[in-house]
Write a new protein. Structure first.
Length: 559
């Protein structure tokens, strides 16, 4: 079937897919060339507004269909491209939107020549504000119109937003113009506290007083506040933990919460002890970056439901007043905090994960069980990242891991373990997996022999991974040049064979450069009769060895 014979409703659906600005990548626009020259660049042609424009010029039928679809043109209000072209083209695109709701997207930074259009952009936003449904804009405000000035932009965002569903604003303001505290910040009321359709609220470096009533509502699904580190340690658009909890209590349907340097301590310098507990039954993602004291206060009073699958917590060394956090308070009692969280992903538990231990962080990430070397599962995949555990050790990081392991230990069949360069305290890692009874494949990165030895159980202990059939040792170095590595491998294989749980496949995978090692001999493994040895580079099998005999295996199937 050719495109000419497609039904109009199906054709319109295709045009609608092409008009999705969410998938547009922001490539640098060359403001020194004409609009036509920019439109010819492949990365620009793929943007929704350009694609829609060219589509309307293909044939009479397509043009008629597109020119009568005002809602479709309303979805492609790309500010950069509109102001790159001539004014009559900008007027024409807006005319084609009719009275439909608008999706507005664009970047106007101080470093871009298009910055000269700033006043015209803000005038357009002011005129079209009542019908904007999605607003995703990065804006650089000029030096004479900073947060303390009377720039008309501040007036735009203080108007009611009846139809606004998604609001993402990143401000680029000269740091020397940023207000120093709440008293120097304009008393702005976002959307005049009226945005009944708002579902997503995301701001970066928004220098107004917080919190704002409109961001905490029963309809809100996403709250994201990010203050880029700069001159200020206590940005005005921040709020105390009690204020945050009071606001979150008004968001029963919240799904994503991101707070980067958005919390502040009490003015007296002493910690505020909030009493409100907040249940976020629909929360899926939590990302927090702040001082350990503030993080602990907030987390202690948040109870998520079983939908939580992305948790990113980073503790910084200094609090909002610029005071270094006490050594023993970095995530004080974090294991206790997370032990209260329910077991997540009960409906779709992961079968494969990566666990990365370092001296001050823990990463747990769901993998694709069909291809452990592919990118991790995005979207709904489990992702836990706890970092900034200053003055910590493997033992404390391990304690946090033990808090999370019940979430997936019973379903896991494939496990990839990574460790930091500092292996102090790594000896006990094997004991952390005593309850992982279904794991059949373990991938272990090897930096020292101690990493391999960590899987050797003490005499009185049960073997970790009783169902283990395949062990993959990953290294960026010449792993088998180290005699101690060979001895650790022999000890591990011997223990498991003696216990009646032999490893059937041993895979050596090299991830570095120029690591061919074609002449490596495996005679030292021949005492393990029947053991299958695989040699791989970057996850792809190149050779296989069975009972002392080499054979090329171009498409060997892994367990």
């Amino acid at each position: 079937m050719s495109m000419d014979t497609l039904a109009s409703d199906l054709l319109w659906e295709i045009f609608l897919l092409n008009a999705n600005m969410d998938d547009d990548s922001y490539y640098k626009i060359n403001s020194n060339t004409t609009a036509a020259e920019n439109y010819e660049r492949a990365e620009i042609r793929s943007r929704a507004m350009v694609t829609t424009t060219y589509t309307s010029q293909v044939c009479r039928r397509w043009r008629t269909l597109l020119l009568t679809s005002s809602s479709l043109w309303g979805r492609v209000v790309d500010l950069e491209l509109l102001f790159l072209g001539k004014e009559n083209w900008r007027v024409e695109v807006l005319r084609r939107t009719g009275i439909s709701l608008l999706y507005v997207k664009g970047r106007f930074k101080q470093s871009v020549k298009l910055y000269v259009h700033q006043n015209a952009v803000i005038a357009l936003l002011d005129r079209e504000w009542p019908r904007i449904q999605k607003f995703h804009v990065t804006l650089g405000l000029s030096n004479d119109h900073g947060p303390l000035g009377t720039h008309p932009f501040w007036g735009v965002i203080q108007r009611p937003a009846e139809h606004l569903e998604s609001f993402t604003l990143t401000l680029k303001v000269n740091q020397m113009l940023q207000p120093l505290d709440d008293t120097e910040t304009p008393p702005i009321r976002l959307f005049l506290d009226h945005a009944p359709s708002l579902r997503e609220f995301s701001c970066t470096d928004l220098w107004i007083r917080g919190p704002q009533t409109v961001m905490f509502s029963s309809n809100i699904r996403t709250i994201a506040l990010d203050h880029t580190p700069g001159v200020l340690t206590n940005p005005p658009f921040s709020f105390s933990v009690p204020d945050c909890l009071d606001g979150l209590a008004m968001t029963p349907h919240l799904e994503k919460l991101t707070l980067y340097s958005a919390l502040k301590s009490s003015s007296s310098g002493s910690s505020i002890k909030p009493t409100r507990n907040v249940n976020l039954q629909f929360i899926e993602e939590i990302s927090l970056f702040d001082s350990p004291i503030l993080l602990t206060q907030l987390l202690r009073h948040i109870t998520p439901g079983d939908k939580l699958h992305r948790l990113k917590i980073h503790s910084r060394s200094y609090d909002s007043e610029g005071i270094r956090s006490p050594r023993d308070e970095a995530f004080l009692g974090i294991a206790e905090l997370f032990s209260r969280y329910p077991r997540v992903r009960s409906r779709d538990p992961p079968a494969a994960i990566l666990v990365n231990f370092t001296y001050d962080s823990l990463l747990i990430r769901e993998l694709d069980v069909q291809n452990l070397w592919s990118s991790f599962r995005r979207g709904s995949g489990l992702h836990i990242h706890i970092s900034g555990l200053r003055d910590s050790s493997y033992s404390s990081v391990s304690a946090i891991f033990e808090t999370f392991s019940p979430w997936f230990a019973h379903t896991l069949t494939h496990l990839q373990i990574q460790t930091g360069h500092d292996t102090a305290g790594i000896d006990g890692i094997g004991s952390l997996f005593s309850n992982f009874l279904s794991v059949r494949v373990v991938c272990l990165n090897v930096r020292t022999p101690r990493v391999i030895a960590s899987l050797i159980a003490p005499e009185a202990d049960a073997l970790p991974f009783p169902q283990l059939k395949k062990l993959e040792l990953i290294s960026e170095l010449r792993l088998l040049d180290v005699a101690d590595n060979k001895q650790a491998i022999i000890s591990l294989l011997s223990q498991r064979r003696k216990a009646g749980n032999p490893i059937e496949v041993l895979c050596f995978t090299y991830m570095g450069r120029n690591l061919v090692e074609e002449e490596e001999s495996f005679e030292w493994l021949e005492i393990f009769t029947g053991l299958r040895v695989i040699w791989a580079t970057h996850g792809k099998t190149t050779r296989e060895y069975v009972c002392g005999q080499w054979a090329l295996v171009p498409d060997a199937q892994h367990l």
